[in-house]
Write a protein that binds this ligand. Structure first.
Ligand SMILES: [Zn+2]
Length: 479
């Protein structure tokens, strides 16, 4: 925490995003690492952990000690540590149960998850873990059969030559090159690799916005495509397309197989083989590849830039997109851990907003202010915005009272117009002549609300971000 405070000094120029990254990686990672051990904490100990995160949020956001904690969490985009621990516990349990099902601890956890969960934390980490998994609604995901290897898969001995010849991009950051250059380079590689008696495949996978997924390959005049199970990731869809091509090459006795894909992550995964997830999919690819290699085939995997106008890639892309809307699943595949992580993150985000809404319904003035002023959307300023301006802008979003209001003293007069007001922030936004550009014109439009708490909404609707930043730079809000 001392390091975080030091970094937050204005002279060092660390932005909110730098401070947040430092907190997540240097401080919260300790909680992530020990999440399983923290499941049985008593409420006072658990609360003392939350205090550390609350302090860190205040430092990061430049907010005073009396800012409401739920507002800080929403503004910093961080859930409470209790929710974070729950998320980590589910992910660790998933990894254990799915990837190491033979361990005694995995069997114990699966057994406990079939029972009614404990209501209160106990002195037993396994029962607490099972209760947390139930609480986040993830028990069903964990009780599925483990992700087993493809039938007939046998691990190659380490002295065997690699199954694939892999050709990646010529540059470290291919996406930063011009599309025309990428297209030219891709086409010249396609032409160089295409020797006689080669089976050439262009593969692609696609995931649509509603979570449906498709995979396809194109080879000469042949187009094959599959609709994959709902929730499959883009990475899995790309691997499924490569598997489809290898399976086709195996059944049609091809001796030189060239697969062009635009998925760099798939090629990297196949180059540095490891079975930590997607076990069925990866072992199926290796099984078909080794069957082809044993028959004397050469398998070449080539990275091709996507969406630069290479015909085979465009055709495969179109076929994979079209496959997303097929009526039936033709390639069942279990969604990988990334799907569960997305679902859990969405659940945690929803729960955090519910926590905040609870304060709004209980009549908290600052929580209501925050909900109206932000509509729970994150601040997205231009990257070059100095941190001190963001701190001033957050003063308007967080809506905390001034120090003199807190101690019940006579407030200082406005530094811009010398007017005196019991509500300095409301005076600043609603009446101060220095901030006229924030208010709707004509000014009478504000009269219709009648309630001061609607004021941030009026300002938010009328003043775009650049005007707000300019105003807080020239006329700082009251503290
Ligand atoms: Zn004023």
């Amino acid at each position: 925490m001392a390091a975080l405070r030091y970094l937050s000094r204005r002279s060092l120029g660390a932005s909110f995003f730098v401070l947040r990254t430092f907190y997540i990686h240097a401080i919260r990672s300790l909680v992530d690492y020990s999440a399983i051990c923290l499941t049985g904490l008593t409420p006072p100990v658990s609360q003392s952990l939350e205090v550390i995160q609350n302090d860190a949020l205040r430092v990061m956001l430049g907010a005073p000690r009396w800012t409401r904690v739920v507002n800080l969490r929403m503004e910093g985009g961080l859930p409470s540590l209790a929710r974070r621990i729950a998320l980590r516990v589910v992910l660790i349990t998933l990894q254990l149960v799915q990837c190491r099902p033979h361990l005694p601890v995995s069997a114990l956890l699966k057994q406990l998850m079939c029972r009614q969960p404990a209501q209160a934390p106990q002195r037993d980490w396994a029962r607490n873990t099972a209760a947390i998994v139930h609480g986040l609604g993830a028990a069903e995901n964990l009780s599925q059969d483990p992700d087993s290897p493809f039938p007939g898969y046998a691990e190659s001995p380490p002295w065997d030559p690699p199954l694939f010849h892999i050709f990646g991009p010529s540059e470290a950051k291919p996406r930063s090159s011009f599309p025309a250059l990428l297209c030219q380079e891709g086409l010249s590689r396609v032409a160089t690799l295409a020797l006689p008696d080669s089976a050439v495949y262009f593969t692609d996978g696609s995931v649509s916005s509603d979570g449906s997924a498709g995979a396809a390959f194109v080879s000469d005049q042949l187009v094959e495509s599959w609709r994959l199970s709902q929730g499959v990731s883009a990475f899995q869809a790309e691997l499924a397309a490569i598997l489809g091509a290898l399976r086709h090459a195996h059944h049609h006795h091809r001796h030189r197989v060239i697969i062009h894909t635009d998925s760099l992550s798939s090629l990297q995964r196949l180059r540095f083989f490891s079975l930590r997830d997607n076990i069925f999919l990866l072992t199926a690819i290796y099984t078909f590849a080794s069957l082809l290699v044993r028959r004397g085939a050469d398998i070449i995997l080539h990275w091709l830039p996507g969406h630069v106008g290479i015909r085979g890639n465009e055709l495969a892309d179109g076929a994979a997109r079209a496959a997303c809307s097929l009526p039936d699943i033709t390639f069942p595949l279990r969604p990988g851990p990334s799907h569960l992580i997305c679902t859990l993150n969405a659940t945690i985000g929803r729960q955090s907003i519910e926590d905040h809404r609870l304060w709004v319904t209980e009549g908290s003035r600052s929580a209501t202010w925050y909900a109206i002023a932000t509509s729970y959307s994150l601040l997205s300023p231009p990257p070059s915005t100095p941190n001190y301006l963001l701190v001033r802008l957050r003063r308007l979003r967080l809506g905390f009272p001034g120090y003199r209001q807190i101690i019940g003293a006579e407030p200082d007069p406005c530094t811009h117009c010398l007017a005196s007001s019991m509500e300095p922030l409301i005076h600043y936004l609603l009446h101060c002549p220095a901030t006229t550009m924030l208010r709707p014109q004509p000014a009478t439009a504000l009269a219709r609300s009648g309630d001061d708490l609607w004021m941030p909404l009026e300002v938010k609707e009328c003043a775009p971000l650049n005007i707000l930043l300019q105003t807080v730079r020239d006329y700082p809000p009251p503290q």
